[in-house]
Ligand binder design. Structure first.
Ligand code: ATP
Ligand code: MG
Length: 462
């Protein structure tokens, strides 16, 4: 049993019960409350370590609850649940001490990862503070700590960490993190922020591909009242909300061309104008961007602006795919086996050399995320004292034959649909896991599901 107690406060019992069910399966000790008052009672009685709190509660605003709870239980870690339109609320919440947020619709995996991130990064922050009190910016101890979370012994990964720590030292330089799906781009971006002079300010992750195109400009720059039909009130955009902090532009290559010019201007001039207004508002944000695409190719195809590219990649950190750094496999395996065993309250199995040998030959399209999921799956299915190659599904081994047997159908789209459907079925329609099996991000999977109109018969929370 994981000793971490979690309280879920949401007015919808459908959501609290489902979350409870799934988090209990993952060995957390879970309490639920559907009204603020019930929530306060549980807090007092059980003293949970983490509170998962909806920003939009009828009656009492999630932010007011956050403030009250933080005042009484300053060490409680709070993860907010929000819709994408509540970004300003979320950022206010982060300013008031919430440690992370999850956007609806979410998968249970998102919550689990947020809890883990929360544990990890708060620990890192407290180390940082200790280091700062002693007058060192990035202490040896902190470096060790980061290395513990960002595992790897290869020269390539050491270089990535070294560059990340360098980028952290300077709070203003813009960083572009590149690498295939699941290589750790987000984790590195967070390390940069939490190691930087901006660490006490907001780290605001924005994935523009998850936002309807018509809303993008006002989401980034805000708008004034009456700027367009739905603009009933004035609203701040991400730039203003992330002021003094870090704006993390995930999947930057997917940003529409028209918005790229506006983004460039904001970054160059450190000023923005809200939609519908001529007033210039100064902003001070550091931009960390991430992409799994080759931006130079996109520039050639006129899909990405070269001037923006030059602005965002003052420092470029490329995380090589896992298959190119076989030395990292064993340390990563050990890291995941130990952490998953701890979480499940099981004894950690040993790792057979045969397994390491086999994994070193595998091409890992989903990189570290895929490895992590494989280990988790193997540890659920096998109770042996040692993890063996048989416990691991190696996808793609017979992919050639399945395409060939596909009536000779070489149409890319229809094969893509089939693969996506197979991955969804295999994972019982868990989109996070399906994406990982396919070696793409969950957002990319969502776009493909939408593009091909694939039917999701069994989703989780929505
Ligand atoms: N070197 C590493 N050490 C430990 N965990 C890692 C490492 N690299 C990645 N991970 C883990 O792998 C998972 C994927 O990492 P992350 O989300 O940062 O990848 P990403 O590059 O942003 O992926 P995507 O392109 O799909 O968005 C996370 O659970 C992360 O903690
Ligand atoms: Mg990512």
């Amino acid at each position: 049993m994981n000793d971490l107690k979690v309280l879920i406060l949401d007015d919808e019992s459908r959501i609290t019960e489902k979350l409870k069910y799934h988090l209990e399966k993952r060995k957390f000790k879970v309490f639920t409350a559907n009204t603020p008052n019930d929530g306060f009672t549980v807090l007092e009685k059980e003293r949970p370590g983490v509170l998962i709190l909806d920003v939009m509660l009828p009656g009492m605003n999630g932010l007011d609850i956050l403030q009250k709870v933080k005042a009484e239980y300053p060490t409680l870690e709070i993860i907010m649940i929000s819709g994408y339109g509540d970004m300003d609320m979320v950022i206010q919440a982060m300013r008031q001490g919430a440690s992370d947020f999850i956007r609806k619709p979410f998968q249970i995996m998102d919550i689990q990862l947020a809890i883990e991130r929360t544990e990890k990064f708060l620990m890192m922050q407290s180390k940082l503070e200790a280091a700062e009190n002693r007058g060192v910016l990035v202490s040896k101890e902190l470096e060790g700590m980061i290395e513990k979370d960002f595992v790897g012994e290869s020269e390539q990964i050491k270089k990535v960490l070294k560059m990340a720590l360098k980028a952290a030292e300077d709070g203003d330089v813009n960083v572009l993190v590149t690498g295939e799906n699941g290589t750790g781009k987000e984790i590195i971006s967070r390390i940069i922020h939490f190691g930087s002079p901006r660490k006490k300010q907001v780290f605001a992750p924005v994935n523009s591909s998850a936002i309807p195109e018509s809303l993008l400009e006002s989401e980034f720059f805000g708008h004034v009242k009456g700027a367009f039909t739905d603009a009933r009130d004035e609203k701040k955009g991400y730039f203003e909300l992330a002021n003094k902090g870090t704006l993390f532009l995930d999947e930057i290559a997917d940003m529409p061309y028209a918005l790229q010019a506006k983004l460039l201007r904001a970054i160059e001039e450190n000023r923005i104008k809200r939609v519908g207004s001529n007033k210039e508002i100064p902003v001070d944000v550091r931009i960390i961007s991430a992409t799994n695409k080759n931006i130079e190719e996109l520039i050639g195809e006129k899909q990405f602006r070269i001037d923006l590219f030059h602005r965002i990649n003052t420092i470029e950190i490329n995380i090589p795919p896992l298959r190119e750094r076989p030395e990292d496999l064993r340390p990563l395996l050990e890291h995941f086996v130990t952490s998953i065993a701890k979480k499940k309250g099981k004894k950690a199995p040993s790792i057979s050399t045969a397994l390491v040998n086999k994994l070193q030959k595998y091409h890992f399209p989903g990189n570290v995320r895929e490895l992590r999921n494989m280990v988790e799956r193997a540890m659920i299915l096998s109770d042996n004292d040692s993890l063996l190659p048989e416990d691991f599904p190696f996808r793609g081994e017979d992919a050639g034959s399945s395409v060939a047997s596909n009536n000779g159908n070489l149409n890319l789209d229809s094969n893509e649909v089939q693969l996506i459907e197979a991955a969804l079925k295999e994972t019982d329609f868990n989109q996070t896991r399906a994406a990982s099996l396919l070696g793409i991000s969950r957002d990319a999977l969502k776009r493909k599901i939408k593009k091909f109109g694939i039917e999701i018969t069994k989703g989780f929370v929505d």
